[in-house]
Design a protein around this ligand. Structure first.
Ligand code: FCB
Length: 448
């Protein structure tokens, strides 16, 4: 038995995103987003699911806030739906959309929970996609304007802002791999979209400073941990290339002001070129107050000539997976935190997402026994404790997710919530993991 104790003031939280939980897709003037379009395109989302209703959190937010309060966490990370605020992306502001989040934020504050707001968690207004989406540099300015509307409306009561959630997913997964909206399959598009997302991030941080908004701002890239299969130089290099795609490609520009040359070279080999305009890199490296990482999984990787983008392959040698099929590698979390500290310095950092998919349903007694999720969370939270002990300036941790919700291309088939949602009745049932996490948040320590 050992006691795992956290520093005083450590922030415990939980997270969601607008399209995944809100529903009410056509209410109060909301415009359509790329996910409304994508989920209506046959074959894109499992079982033809979409976010029209989702968890209906748009209407049931008071119940959700009560669940957050009862959980005993001090912070809730949620995203604002751009198409509710500016339905066509760059035109008129929708007062009903603004009012909705005012009420939501006020109720959250009344419950003693601090809002951590993600400005962009992938629901780009469809009207902007019609003009090219993130391939069009005009989207950068539309994003900065949308952010400015939020800063002016909620600045002061919201003190923590994330510009972009997972730029890798919003670019490469969406424009190159084609698994997320808008579903293109082109490397050049991924490179262009990614760069524009990063310029949008930097320009927004700059705007935040210029407006003198009180509070802190950062971004939330998804990172991975890739372990070389052997210490042969070609395996080490293959793991570095794969890991660099999510980590270095999006973090180097922010903290070093440049993209990693070894990845520019890989993209060039596959016919894609990085297009940087004068001033872009200065914008991207605009200093942030913190950064945040979403971490779920790690892999063992080795060299395989001519295979994929990186001449590499993942070696699955029998480690446990979650029901997402993702390898469980808790030590990857402390490793990546230490690696990032070493690369970029002592910048405050949050874990903005960590969690696991297990599709446990309520038993005959109504209780949801999701022990595997508890194991997953426990093993990862121990690792963040180890990272803190090694000097990582870690400020907080957010479990993904408060609720089972619309898991993008997997629809409602994959459950990440610490609260079960019955998608027919929309009834919420806290799972065993909810009660476990409640104790952690309350005590600030736990036993292993
Ligand atoms: C992340 C997303 C989040 C959720 C989890 C499981 O990539 O940011 O919305 O879908 O994965």
């Amino acid at each position: 038995m050992a006691i795992i104790q956290f520093p005083q003031g450590f922030v415990w939280g939980t997270a969601t995103a607008s399209y995944q939980i809100e529903g009410a897709y056509d209410e109060d003037g909301r415009g359509l987003s790329i996910w409304d379009t994508f989920s209506r395109t046959p074959g894109k989302v499992r079982n033809g699911d979409n976010g029209d209703v989702a968890c209906d959190s748009y209407h049931r937010y008071e119940e959700d806030i009560a669940l957050i309060k009862q959980l005993g966490v001090s912070a809730y990370r949620f995203s604002i739906a751009w198409p509710r605020i500016i339905p066509d992306g760059d035109g008129a502001v929708n007062p009903k959309g603004l009012a909705y989040y005012h009420t939501f934020i006020d109720k959250l504050l009344e419950a003693g929970v601090e809002p951590y707001v993600t400005i962009y968690h992938w629901d780009l207004p469809q009207a902007l996609q019609d003009k090219g989406g993130w391939l069009n540099r005009a989207t950068i300015d539309a994003f900065v304007r949308y952010s400015e509307v939020l800063f002016k409306a909620y600045g002061g009561k919201v003190k923590k802002w994330f510009t972009i959630n997972e730029p890798w997913c919003a670019s490469f997964l969406s424009y190159t791999i084609g698994e997320h909206a808008p579903g293109y399959r082109d490397l050049q598009m991924g490179v262009d979209a990614g760069h524009h997302l990063m310029v949008a991030h930097g320009k927004t941080v700059l705007r935040f400073r210029e407006l003198g908004i009180p509070g802190e701002i950062g971004f939330a890239p998804n990172v991975s941990w890739k372990v070389p299969y052997s210490n042969r130089p070609e395996d080490v290099a293959a793991a570095r290339r794969e890991m660099g795609w999510t980590n270095d490609w999006f973090l180097d520009p922010v903290f070093k002001g440049e993209y990693p040359q070894y990845l520019i070279d890989v993209f060039a080999k596959h016919g894609a070129k990085l297009h940087v305009e004068p001033g872009d890199m200065e914008l991207i490296r605009e200093p942030v107050d913190f950064y945040a990482i979403n971490y779920y999984s790690g892999n063992v990787v080795r060299h395989k000539e001519g295979f994929g983008l990186f001449d590499s392959e993942t070696v699955d040698y029998g480690r446990d997976h979650t029901e997402m099929g993702w390898v469980i590698m808790p030590e990857g979390l402390s490793s990546v935190l230490l690696d990032l500290k070493q690369k970029y310095g002592d910048i405050p950092v949050y874990i903005s997402e960590n969690g696991a998919c297990y599709n446990d349903e309520p038993g005959p007694d109504g209780r949801v026994r999701d022990d595997r999720r508890i194991d997953y969370l426990r093993s990862h939270i121990v690792e963040i404790n180890r990272a803190i002990a090694s000097g990582v300036n870690l400020k907080g941790y957010f479990v993904w997710s408060l609720l089972d919700n619309f898991e993008w291309a997997f629809g409602y088939e994959k459950r990440f919530g610490i609260v079960h949602v019955n998608y027919r009745t929309l009834k919420r049932t806290p799972k065993d993991s909810y009660y476990w996490y409640q104790k952690v948040a309350k005590n600030n320590w736990f036993e292993v």
